[in-house]
Design a protein. Structure first.
Length: 56
C-alpha cells in the first residue's frame, strides 16, 4: 500500500509543505486484520484514529 499524505486524510484543506512535514511526523501507520480488537470498553484513548481503507 502506498504511503498516505496528510493531504489524503484532510482533503480540501490546503497545507504548506512545512505544515505537512510537521503533521506527518505525528501520524503512525498501522495495519490490522479483520476481527482485531483496537479498543476495549472504558479504555482511555489518548489518540484519534483515521481509517483510510475499510471500516471500523
Amino acid at each position: 500500500m502506498e504511503k498516505l499524505s496528510i493531504r489524503d486524510i484532510f482533503k480540501g484543506i490546503d497545507f504548506s509543505e512545512s505544515e505537512v512535514e510537521i503533521a506527518e511526523k505525528k501520524f503512525t501507520e498501522i495495519f490490522v486484520e479483520k476481527g482485531s480488537v483496537l479498543l476495549t470498553p472504558g479504555e482511555f484513548v489518548p489518540y484519534q484514529y483515521f481509517v483510510y481503507e475499510g471500516r471500523l
